[in-house]
Design a protein around this ligand. Structure first.
Ligand SMILES: Cc1cc2nc3c(=O)[nH]c(=O)nc-3n(C[C@H](O)[C@H](O)[C@H](O)COP(=O)(O)OP(=O)(O)OC[C@H]3O[C@@H](n4cnc5c(N)ncnc54)[C@H](O)[C@@H]3O)c2cc1C
Length: 444
């Protein structure tokens, strides 16, 4: 057995099977190493499409294939479902809690830490109770329960004000995630739910997008920001720029507007898409290795993604602070591959440090069906051309051929037609949506 205890090959332990961890493991496929991949979920999650699970376009399985299945042709990889609790750099061990509740210890020769990030409420963790973030499958399913549950409750509601609040959705954060979520909520209410209800008219749904900064999708540049705001406005989405959330409760959101005035929006369903911070694994690793953290809790790494003083430990993806690189899937994939290649070079006897250089492949955000904004190098495109680019990129990067095929079929149904297949709700989900604050912010 390739992963037997007496296997003397160099042992690489990888924490996290997001984009960073998965691409590192794949890059080590032909290396003379054995690999233990530890994740606290059994799936590799394609986070950029979480909003489509939340709004009923895709099923959870289509964006979250089982890690074991993705890596079935990688015999040197052992997949462990467990949550990492501690890393001991002196002993070169990782301690993790398995599903049974037992603790297991893994000794490593090289360690790749790819624990990702968690939603950041900027010091207001109490907002999590009423405005779930969008980071995990639990978050997306929880939101799906809230969104479709709100329409169901509105259909039965006698009180006008409460019905309006149920049919008002507030998305906080005007980056790509917030824009995509707001756009899909609008499409859902204007098109997909047409003729589904008898007492309410889903077309009268109010979708509000709140952004604290001066522009939407700010990292994509002024032209695409303007284009995004224009397209969202044309769809009927209410955009509040320069507005800070100063309070939140079960029934609504309080905003302070740029002129200092206060505004309360009555809304039962709020979505938090305003930011992320590094996984708590970052702070733990900093305390055990003495390396510095940046403002978002990310670990400061050497130019080759390893830790100063502990060159056998690599930190990649959202958890890594290097050259102000953004928390993007491409950064995670490329840094994961770089760490894997460094391990392979060292095994060949080449100990020279080779710096990681990120190749920027651009950013994209879908606004509505057939409309997106895309920034790829100097190229900035909007409208249908941007959407085509979005389609190509997402079909290319979705994990697994079957998932690509299934997602294409669902997009055809949702964008050309108006169907949403993933709307099944049980009473438990709706009830849970009404009472539960959702998963903890550090559940990645
Ligand atoms: C809603 C949303 C939309 C996005 N859209 C885009 C986009 O359009 N384009 C883009 O480039 N990027 C996008 N991103 C960002 C992108 O998804 C991240 O940058 C990327 O996932 C980071 O990869 P990672 O491997 O560092 O972390 P992740 O992909 O988050 O993976 C971390 C893994 O570590 C595991 N883990 C964490 N802690 C532990 C522990 N203690 N023990 C065991 N396992 C653990 C988690 O279960 C998870 O599997 C989006 C993110 C979100 C949330």
């Amino acid at each position: 057995m390739s992963t037997a205890p007496d296997d003397t090959r160099h042992h690489v332990v990888v924490i996290g099977c997001g984009f960073g961890g998965l691409f590192a493991v794949k890059a080590l496929r032909r290396a003379p190493v054995r690999i233990t991949l530890i994740d606290r979920t059994n799936h590799h999650l394609f986070q950029p499409l979480l909003y489509q699970v939340a709004t009923g376009i895709l099923s959870e399985g289509q964006i979250a294939p089982a890690i074991r299945d993705v890596l079935r042709r990688h015999p040197s990889v052992r997949v462990v479902l467990a949550e990492v609790q501690r890393i001991d750099p002196a002993a070169q061990t990782v301690v993790a809690t398995e599903v049974s509740g037992n603790e297991a210890t893994f000794h490593y020769d090289s360690l790749i830490v790819a624990g990702g990030s968690v939603p950041s409420y900027f010091g207001h963790d109490e907002y999590r109770r009423t405005a779930p973030g969008m980071k995990t499958l639990d978050d997306a399913m929880h939101l799906r329960g809230q969104i479709f549950g709100a329409f169901e409750e509105a259909e039965m509601e006698e009180d006008d004000a409460r019905r309006r609040a149920l049919m008002t959705f507030v998305v906080i954060g005007g980056g790509p995630t917030g824009v995509e979520m707001a756009g899909q909520l609008e499409e859902l209410s204007r098109r997909a739910l047409d003729m589904n209800f008898r007492r309410i008219d889903p077309k009268t749904t109010r979708v509000v997008l709140v952004e604290g900064g001066e522009s939407l999708v700010a990292t994509m540049g002024a032209r695409l920001s303007r284009l995004t705001a224009r397209d969202l406005g044309r769809m009927g989405i209410e955009v509040h720029l320069g507005a800070m959330v100063t309070g939140m409760d079960e029934g609504g959101v309080e905003l302070t507007q740029p002129d200092g005035t206060h505004l309360r929006i009555e809304s039962i369903t709020k979505v938090w898409a305003a930011g992320t911070r590094a996984s708590p694994l970052g702070a733990h690793l900093a305390s055990t290795t003495g390396v510095a953290l940046d403002r978002s809790g990310r670990i400061q790494v050497q130019p080759d993604c390893s830790l100063a003083g502990n060159p056998e430990i690599f930190v990649v993806g959202d958890l890594m602070a290097l050259d102000d690189l953004p928390a993007l899937a491409e950064v995670a994939m490329q840094s994961g591959v770089h760490a894997a290649h460094t391990i392979m070079r060292r095994l060949r006897g080449d100990k020279k440090m080779k710096a990681f250089h990120y190749r920027d492949l651009g950013t994209l955000a879908v606004i509505s069906r057939f409309r997106a904004v895309a920034k790829v190098g100097p190229l900035q495109v909007g409208g249908f051309a941007g959407w085509l680019l979005w389609l190509v990129v997402h079909v290319t990067f979705l994990t697994g051929f079957k998932n690509r095929f299934a997602a294409l079929a669902r997009w055809a149904i949702s964008f050309i037609g108006r169907g949403r297949y993933e709307r099944a709700l049980t009473g438990r989900w709706v009830a849970r949506a009404a009472t539960d604050g959702g998963p903890a912010p550090d559940s990645a």
